[in-house]
Design a protein around this ligand. Structure first.
Ligand SMILES: [Zn+2]
Ligand SMILES: [Zn+2]
Length: 384
């Protein structure tokens, strides 16, 4: 009986989430003061403080600006009033709404679903209420471009969905699930550049990745691993059984597989001294050489060492996977890959899809001992 009640409670918690649209704060890191909202396709009903105001048709625009911690709403003819919330509700399920920021200036973005405008922290809070798969398609396009094959987009869709459900309560106290910035997942609005992305998202609808303990994996990925991914603990996370080093022959012909940067020996020595490396005068240039067959966490030089992560950040290198060759005048840093190197290597995965691997094969290659399952099978994860 107790088990039945527990399962019922879990079902009641999971199912509303499963059937809900997700709420995403858009332009989340922009202090928006004023916006023009219009319909690109379809009609919207506009509700101000939950009262119906008017319909918005594709030829019409609404201006909303911050005034005394409220929203001044104007149509093309007049000031309609001052409210605390304005909601644009789509009448047709395939409507598209367009946001054009006036203050500060930003590019125009278009969104599927509904849009709710309120005020938070002296700025407009713009929340896109959107079908989960349409949101995932927007994330996939923002995170991975528009020229890959379907099986890669399927893998990336499953990872984006895993991240969404794994962080479903991240912004709960602010009234939305995720923001549109890299703090959560990049989302620049609806996917428009390649219909294969939307198809891949629909084809994998509801699918997520879980580890051996049946909880969501930390769905990390990066642009190019340089031939070898790294474990989570090697980069920045605590150890995860599914994030282990993987040899990757698939990304080797990509543009970011190899890179190089040159700095003067004087600059290199000055930098190292600033990080505690003791350098005696007259030391041979070759003393600064190093090579990484496997990824290393430290650049060991003379009797000291500096974290490769620190060097990457300070010299704006593409990765920590680099070798150093010094001459009497210069230091050449030859590197491999782009990004932190943990989890799925996007350029490797793109190549795998191109030569015929399926999305589950791609995920299993980069994440060890994982399963791709329907999120409804991830029991209990939404119970707080
Ligand atoms: Zn966020
Ligand atoms: Zn790779």
């Amino acid at each position: 009986m107790r088990i039945t009640i527990t399962l019922l409670i879990i079902w009641l918690i999971i199912v509303p989430i499963a059937s809900q649209q997700v709420r995403i704060s858009v332009f989340n890191e922009t202090p928006v003061k004023s916006v023009v909202i219009s319909s690109l396709k379809g009609n919207y009903e506009i509700y101000c403080d939950d009262n119906f105001l008017q319909e918005l048709k594709p030829t019409e625009v609404i201006y909303i600006s911050l005034i005394n911690n409220n929203l001044a709403v104007r149509n093309s003819k007049e000031l309609v009033g001052v409210f605390s919330s304005v909601r644009f509700h789509e009448v047709d399920s395939n409507s598209v709404i367009r946001l054009n920021l006036i203050s500060p200036n930003a590019i125009v973005r278009q969104f599927d679903g509904n849009m709710k405008v309120t005020v938070a922290y002296n700025r407009l809070l713009l929340i896109n209420e959107i079908d989960c798969d349409k949101y995932i398609a927007g994330v996939v396009e923002a995170e991975s471009g528009s020229t890959a094959d379907a099986e890669f987009y399927k893998a990336q869709s499953i990872l984006a969905r895993t991240y969404l459900y794994g962080h479903y309560y991240r912004h709960e106290t602010e009234g939305f699930q995720l923001c549109d910035a890299v703090h959560c997942q990049a989302y620049n609005g609806r996917s428009v550049r390649n219909p294969v992305i939307v198809q891949a998202t629909k084809a994998t609808s509801g699918m997520v990745v879980v580890g051996a303990d049946s909880s969501f994996i930390t769905a990390v990925f990066h642009a190019n691993c340089g031939g070898q991914t790294v474990s989570a603990s090697n980069a920045w996370l605590s150890e995860r059984a599914y994030l282990q080093p993987v040899k990757d022959p698939f990304c080797q012909n990509s543009s970011s597989a190899h890179w190089s940067k040159k700095v003067s020996l004087y600059e290199w020595k000055t930098y190292l001294k600033g990080h505690g490396v003791k350098i005696k005068s007259g030391v041979a240039a070759g003393s600064f050489d190093c090579s990484q067959i496997n990824r290393k966490q430290f650049y060991r030089v003379l009797a000291d060492s500096v974290p490769t992560k620190q060097i990457r950040s300070d010299f704006q290198l593409k990765s920590t996977f680099f070798s150093v060759i010094a001459t009497e005048t210069d230091v050449t840093i030859n590197g491999r890959g782009f990004g932190h190197g943990v989890g799925l290597c996007q350029e490797g995965a793109i190549q795998m899809a191109k030569i015929g691997y399926k999305c589950n094969d791609i995920l299993a290659y980069y994440y060890k001992d994982i399963r791709v399952v329907k999120y409804s099978q991830v029991m209990g994860v939404f119970v707080k």
